[in-house]
Design a protein around this ligand. Structure first.
Ligand code: DGJ
Length: 743
């Protein structure tokens, strides 16, 4: 790689007082305005130089206050209320959503941070205790740290901007310092603020629910505030911590898109505000609702990181930038680039009702099919016969697996079949009916004297307390040191209520939810470091914590508790906007589907699941010989194409939210291998002829259809396209085509 000196450059123009961050694809520009206000000029396609074209017009506006602190020289043509800024204060002349609110000792809530100094350095500073993007060598990126000060508060903030040399990415975060003699309370601190001039704009968000994660919604902004957020203590199924601002004409393959994603797994907030002259502000970070942080003198607070991506190649261009970044510079560890094993998981086959005999029977059937890993799901610990008990008791339920030699015996049997062994945990939770709760009822998050809300009959452990985290660490390592475990499914099945910690003082209760997430990060970090060979998979009642934060520790996540192929088409389609396919696990389930009772063919189920990190979640014993034969073929197909699927370039081609079809494509980085999936959703008695056009091929290359031997040029497949097979019968059918480039 060439050094940043040639590719990523950050400069400060002393005459214009502007900062310019640029690489070969993007530019980010800021300026220091009158009164040392740091203003935002531009984020978008790279420009070679800046000569003042975005200088903000001066214009007198009623009811928009002028700059404070300049008695005798008030400029009525200048107001922070409309000026695009980088880090807006509160109650000091800008009525839009602020980036920071601090409550000082006297109870005032005003903030007004002005430019102080800057530093430019190569590489990227590490954010302690938080997930983050990283660099492997310092010349991959350059960082600009801009210091702003609020002289009245005696506080400063440092805004970090890192630009990667070879990616259309800028990462941002904020650190707040208390330089006064008194403690103050941070009531809100943004990871990123992005002000944008008046322009036609729509926003894409990813709302959902359990079984319906990351549905794609696209809508124009209206004046006022539009917010996408979570107050659940988790990033949540309900609103993924990721938004995209697009031009109304932007499509999957063309047009401009700006993505903003938080590297964080807790409460989040994305506030869009369209102001009274149609300018747009986006502020994102930890959700201010319920948050506050006591900052003692000389202490600092680091916000989570936000990833800003620009694309002028449509939504697919943006997604690919995220896919590469998250795969290459967020995910870590021994499994980061490893082909992920094909799993069989017993959850939907047995639920809690299993014995050594039952599990061994599943294994005996699964191993000859070529499946590579067995995962024992919920129910192996404490007295866990149902979901009303034993969370927190991470020791073996000896009688359940006794006849097979317990967990260790089972792990050895799995290994003897040349398969890997995986185990389910839900470390952050506690059941009322558990030894842990009987010994330490105070470990559950609760407010003394207030009734506690149950959810799935369980409580959340107070992970803001290091000793609680330590207890779970000790219990888990006792199992992991004794049983040869290759994989952990890390589940989390309820959200936070009665948010309070009995060991924090009354001023600190607003810290609990964030401290909890820091506790989770601490535990997973320690476990991942102690057991570097274990493959971790995140899960939260399906894909309720599918975020870049968890990806820093766990390279893959269970995408959804809906294993229905029809629903999965949309869920997986939506997930790929922000997250790489290597992180998205997908299993073939039995029919009628346990969640929807829908019947889809085994072919379709295989095609949907093989578009992610593949596996099965059913009782193989119930399958006919014919079905098992098909499973064998699916497994063999997946092994042949797995590297392309997990690590190739992924393109969305047809949108199942907008049409009766879905299509996506995997292309190897050199353009040689291509895999195309086309799904028809509902059948029709008068079937349309549909055409799928490919993207990302070598235009003049000759591509051979692996199945039929037919040959097509790359530009023919991209510009003319081929008809999809209209003859398939029934709803939710799939067609897969593979091509290779002729020598
Ligand atoms: C929720 C997960 O998403 C499921 O896959 C399964 O592991 C259950 N929890 C077990 O309780």
């Amino acid at each position: 790689m060439e050094g940043y000196m040639e590719k990523a450059v950050i400069t400060f123009d002393n005459t214009q007082r502007t900062f310019h961050l640029r690489n070969e694809t993007i530019s980010y520009l800021m300026s220091i305005e009158e009164g040392e206000i740091l203003s935002h000029l531009y984020f978008g396609k790279r420009v070679t130089g800046y000569h003042g074209s975005r200088h903000y017009p001066r214009y007198e506006r009623g009811l928009s206050p002028n700059l404070a602190g300049r008695p005798g020289e008030v400029d009525r043509f200048y107001s922070k209320d409309v000026l695009p800024q980088e880090f807006a204060g509160n109650q000091t002349g800008d009525f839009r959503s602020p980036a920071i609110i601090i409550k000082s000792a006297d109870g005032a809530l005003a903030t007004d941070f002005r430019y102080d100094s800057y530093e430019i350095f190569s590489g990227k500073p590490e954010l302690e205790g938080l997930p983050q993007t990283y660099v492997k060598q310092d010349d991959e990126a350059q960082t600009l740290a801009i210091k702003l000060k609020d002289k009245t508060l005696k506080a400063s903030v440092v805004l970090y901007y890192t630009i990667y040399a070879d990616r259309s990415v800028i990462t941002r975060s904020t650190r707040v310092f208390n330089e006064s003699e008194y403690s103050f309370s941070i009531e809100k601190v943004a990871s990123l603020q992005l002000d944008m001039p008046k322009q036609a704009m729509e926003v894409i968000s990813f709302p959902g629910s359990q079984f319906h994660e990351r549905q794609v919604e696209r809508a124009p902004l209206r004046q006022g505030i539009t917010e996408f957020s979570s107050r659940r203590g988790a990033s949540s199924h309900h609103m993924n911590p990721f938004v995209v601002a697009v031009d109304p004409n932007t499509t999957e393959q063309t047009g401009e898109a700006i993505g903003v994603q938080l590297v964080y797994s807790g409460n989040h907030q994305f506030t869009f505000e369209k102001d009274y002259i149609d300018q747009v502000r986006l502020v994102t970070g930890i959700n201010e609702d319920g948050f506050s942080w006591q900052l003692a003198p000389e202490k600092s607070f680091q916000s989570p990181e936000a990833i800003l991506v620009y694309s002028d190649k449509g939504l697919n261009g943006m997604s690919q930038t995220y896919h590469h970044l998250l795969r290459e510079r967020v995910a870590r560890g021994n499994h980061q680039y490893q082909d992920r094993p094909i799993v069989i998981n017993n959850w939907e086959a047995t639920y809690f009702d299993f014995s050594a005999k039952k599990i061994e029977a599943i294994l005996d059937e699964a191993a000859p099919l070529g499946i590579e890993m067995f995962v024992l799901d919920d129910g192996w610990f404490g007295q866990r016969d149902d979901d009303r008990r034993s969370l927190g008791d991470w020791y073996e339920y000896t009688s359940k697996l006794a006849s097979g030699g317990g967990l260790r015996g089972l792990a050895e049997k799995v290994h003897a079949k040349n398969m890997a062994f995986g185990l389910w945990f839900e470390p952050e939770m506690i059941s009322e009916n558990s030894d842990l709760y009987r010994q330490h009822p105070d470990y559950a998050i609760h407010i003394p004297n207030r009734p506690m809300s149950l959810s799935r009959d369980q409580y959340v452990l107070d992970f803001s307390r290091p000793e609680v985290v330590e207890n779970i660490y000790e219990q888990m390592t006792a199992i992991l040191d004794r049983v040869p475990i290759d994989y952990i499914k890390w589940d989390m099945n309820r959200h936070m209520t009665e948010v309070y910690s009995t060991v924090l003082n009354s001023e600190q209760q607003g810290e609990v939810a964030h401290r909890y997430i820091l506790g989770v990060y601490d535990l997973v970090d320690r476990l991942a470091k102690r057991y570097p060979d274990i493959l971790f998979e995140g899960c939260s009642s399906g894909g309720g914590r599918f975020d870049a934060g968890m990806l820093y520790y766990f390279p893959q996540t269970w995408t959804s508790d809906s294993t229905d192929a029809a629903e999965r088409i949309r869920i997986q389609y939506g997930t790929t906007f922000g997250y790489p396919v290597s992180s998205m696990t997908a299993h073939v389930a039995a029919v009628p589907n346990p969640q929807t009772q829908r019947i889809t063919s085994l072919e379709t189920r295989g095609d949907v699941a093989s578009s992610g990190v593949f596996g099965y979640e059913l009782d193989v014993q119930q399958m006919s010989a014919e079905e098992k034969e098909l499973v064998k073929q699916q497994v063999a197909f997946y092994k042949e194409h797995r590297h392309l699927i997990q690590y190739g370039d992924f393109y969305r081609l047809k949108d199942p939210f907008l049409s009766n079809e879905a299509a996506w494509e995997f292309v190897s980085p050199n353009g040689n291998d291509v895999l195309v999936y086309h799904f028809r959703l509902l059948a029709s008695s008068q079937q349309n002829f549909t055409i799928t056009k490919l993207v990302g091929l070598i235009p003049e290359g000759i591509y051979v259809d692996q199945e039929t031997g037919e040959k097509f040029s790359g530009d023919e497949l991209m510009n003319i396209g081929r008809y999809d097979d209209p003859t398939q019968a029934g709803d939710f059918t799939a067609q897969v085509r593979t091509y290779f480039l002729e020598d």
